[in-house]
Design a protein around this ligand. Structure first.
Ligand SMILES: *Cc1c(COP(=O)(O)O)cnc(C)c1O
Length: 428
């Protein structure tokens, strides 16, 4: 068997025992065609597949690996933690340390609770908002993704959008009815919901920079408008910064745009590649959580010592002076090179970038909301994806995802990426 046949055989074997052969849908490459590449290991900006082929990685585990794959200090910290025991289900000082660190970085987060996934964080944040306001409805934006909790699988983004089922079977009518849908970057659509049902709305949850329809930036006034709508109405503003936290700036999107949410959800970067996520915010709200208050949320592996060690070591790396300035310079170069390669082709395209999150949309029109995102040429994206993969560039296998850069994607790596991109675009 050659490599392609061997890879197909691996995938066939996986599909016999795992639905779709994957443990998270977009990994299946369905919307771009072909068979997913099985990964063996990763280091710095590179992924290596089971056949030993090297790829420059722009997925970075869907965001966490902002310092590159397997940074020595993080691996050492996890190893040291593992030597002391894998899980205790009891309090550790490291949990206090990471909570203090998060609070020091994000002034809106006075108290924080650790969980194991972004999905858990958003589900718990919404439960807390409902408990605190004694209201049941939430507002979310069409195409935004907040994990796979029932309330959020109504007009959701990411894989749900990629596979054309943004509203999932299995979500009860009750759950769907309590989720009101507005349009991103359209304050009027939110005002309408408030005019009709404002006294029932517990919270607005938003990706302050959208990553899960591809990257969409908030237009001036949009986030400010959401804050103003919540103020004085006993409605909470939840920033889902699972992707943008410690990513678009050290202080996330709330730091970048200067908006203070009531609650924030974190994930991805905070765990440095291990299962760690968090939600936090105003102390008076967080103190409504059990055992301090009546709103229940718990977890056997919450605050797991390996995950917390990885998180603390990752925070050490990203808090180094100049980290985000350097990441921004590298990201700007990445954008310029890709834009230059595509501009030399007849293909219509738009690049949206906020910090080290970027998406190229194949469209002749600016992409700023759900409608303009889904109007893109996804078939052309699929061809672009395959051409890049052949050249050894590993992009997210969907038009509706963000690409990520790490600090390990240095000038030398980006120069090679520019050549490979040029060849990939010429082959289309
Ligand atoms: C990834 C993501 C989630 C879900 O996090 P998981 O760890 O995959 O459960 C939630 N919200 C946003 C904005 C995300 O990008």
């Amino acid at each position: 068997m050659n490599n392609v046949e061997e890879n197909t055989a691996r995938y066939d074997r996986a599909r016999k025992v795992i639905p779709g052969g994957v443990n998270s849908p977009v990994r299946a490459f369905k919307s771009v065609g072909g068979t997913p590449v099985f990964i063996d290991r990763a280091r710095g900006p590179y992924l290596y597949d089971t056949d030993g082929k090297e790829y420059v990685d722009f997925v970075l585990s869907w965001g966490p690996m902002i310092a590159g794959h397997a940074p020595e200090s993080v691996v050492d910290a996890v190893r040291a933690a593992a030597e002391k025991g894998l899980s205790f289900g009891a309090v550790t000082e490291a949990e206090t340390q990471i909570a203090e660190r998060i609070r020091g970085i994000l002034p809106s987060v006075e108290k924080v609770r650790l969980v194991c996934s972004g999905t858990e964080a958003t589900m718990a944040a919404v439960r807390l908002a409902r408990g605190a306001t004694a209201r049941e409805k939430i507002v979310k934006f069409r195409g935004c993704y907040h994990g796979h909790g029932d309330s959020f699988l109504v007009q959701a983004g990411s894989g749900a959008l990629t596979f054309g089922n943004p509203s999932s079977p299995g979500v009860t009518r009750g759950a769907a009815q309590d989720t009101l849908i507005a349009e991103f970057n359209d304050l009027g659509s939110v005002q309408k919901l408030f005019a009709a049902q404002g006294k029932d709305i517990a919270a607005i949850i938003v990706e302050p920079v959208v990553g899960n329809m591809g990257v969409l930036a908030p237009e001036p006034g949009f986030l400010e408008g959401l804050r103003a709508l919540c103020d004085g109405r006993n409605t909470l503003l939840i920033f889902d910064e699972v992707m943008t936290g410690f990513r678009v700036s050290l202080r996330g999107a709330q730091g970048l745009y200067g908006i203070t949410p009531d609650l924030t959800t974190l994930g991805k970067v905070i765990g440095g590649g291990l299962p760690l996520a968090a939600y936090g915010g105003r102390a008076d709200l967080m103190d409504r959580l059990s055992p301090e208050g009546p709103v229940y949320q718990a977890g056997t592996l919450s605050g797991n010592p390996l995950a917390v060690a990885a998180g603390l070591a990752t925070l050490d790396l990203i808090m180094a002076p100049g980290f985000y300035d350097r990441l921004e310079a590298l990201s700007a170069r990445w954008e310029n090179d890709l834009g230059a390669a595509l501009a030399r082709s007849p293909l219509p395209f738009r690049i949206n970038r906020v910090g080290s999150m970027m998406t190229v949309f194949f469209s002749g029109k600016n992409v700023r909301d759900y409608d303009s995102a889904v109007a893109c040429d996804t078939a052309l994206f699929g061809r672009f994806f395959q051409a890049c993969l052949r050249e050894g560039l590993y992009l997210a296998p969907s038009q509706f995802e963000a690409g990520f850069l790490s600090i390990a994607h240095d000038e030398a790596v980006l120069a090679r990426v520019a050549e490979k991109t040029e060849r990939a675009v010429r082959s289309l």
